[in-house]
Design a protein around this ligand. Sequence first.
Ligand SMILES: *Cc1c(COP(=O)(O)O)cnc(C)c1O
Length: 375
Amino acid sequence: MGPGPSDVNPRILEALSRPTIGHLDPAFTDMMEETKALLQYAFQTSNRLTMPVSAPGSAGMETCFANLVEAGDKVIVCQNGVFGGRMKENVTRCGGTAVMVETEWGRAINLNATEDALKANPDANILAFVHAETSTGAQSDAKALCELARKYDCLTIVDAVTSLGGTPVLVDEWGIDAIYSGSQKCLSCTPGLSPVSFSDKATDKISNRKTPVQSWFLDLNLVMAYWNSEGPRSYHHTAPVNSLYALHEALLILKEEGLENSWARHQKNHEMLKAGLESMGIEFIVPEAERLPQLNAVAIPDGVNDAEVRSRLLHKFNLEIGAGLGPLAGKIWRIGLMGYASNTDNIKLCLNALGTVLNESGYNVDIEAALKAAG
Ligand SMILES: *Cc1c(COP(=O)(O)O)cnc(C)c1O
């Protein structure tokens, strides 16, 4: 129950262990086509350029920036946690200029400040932001941010690593131009793959670049020679065959449950956990309307030793919860309820384990009452 990787559904582990076949075997390329269609469903898009990058979420991030940002581009980067800072690094390393819009950690991105930056920088051509900030548990209004970007003629790059599958991500309806996610959060797949999707406008910018993409491996113009079914499919790199079996299975599971049902399950389980934690006197750091149901960031009660509690949870109860990052280190815990791990058994395990460990460390809680509050 940390911030990812989440528990992997046994069906996915079984898929992972199937015999490895050639990455150009027709049975495999058929599965690649199905995977692209399943990803279009997960992202709610008809973008043709939708596929998994053969590396973790960070590589999906880098794919978006390396392909869309050229020397001289100005990018407005919204930051309200750790991952927005990595976007800035990406822009700079691609030779672009990053204009930062800072929002207090633990809050959704400030829309007024973002509009001010867009107004003040008419030469900016991209707006980049993190939809679900895993470092703080805050969710930003991606729809409103994309509207702002369009109003000021900017393309959007959106980090949906933690949101995809857990809360609505509507790529076409919101008009997102470039988006990346990760296999190991709410998709509950093994780590190591990054689904991405690009609008026609983004694809046009990529095909009309003045300079080649600096990264050979992440250059979508080359990667698509393998992933595009329309041309003669040719070798680019050896696809991670078994990992892709796993992702295919994870996406089938999501489709079987249905996106709306998955979002509703994440919300319902968040509310159960919240009721239990609040009954113990543990408080959330993100205002309710900006909260991610799949990543519960709570303040560590005064006088409680962060590292000791997490270590006891792990060693006595086999339960992992996440620590705070950056300025929130030592101040918060991040309790994940992602994908397959978002279930009532885990909520009860967490309330019982955390309650027991807190009682041992002198912070007294009523475990029975917490379990009852959770329902
Ligand atoms: C986890 C995460 C990433 C990075 O994904 P990796 O698979 O660890 O490379 C990027 N952005 C956000 C918001 C994340 O939560």
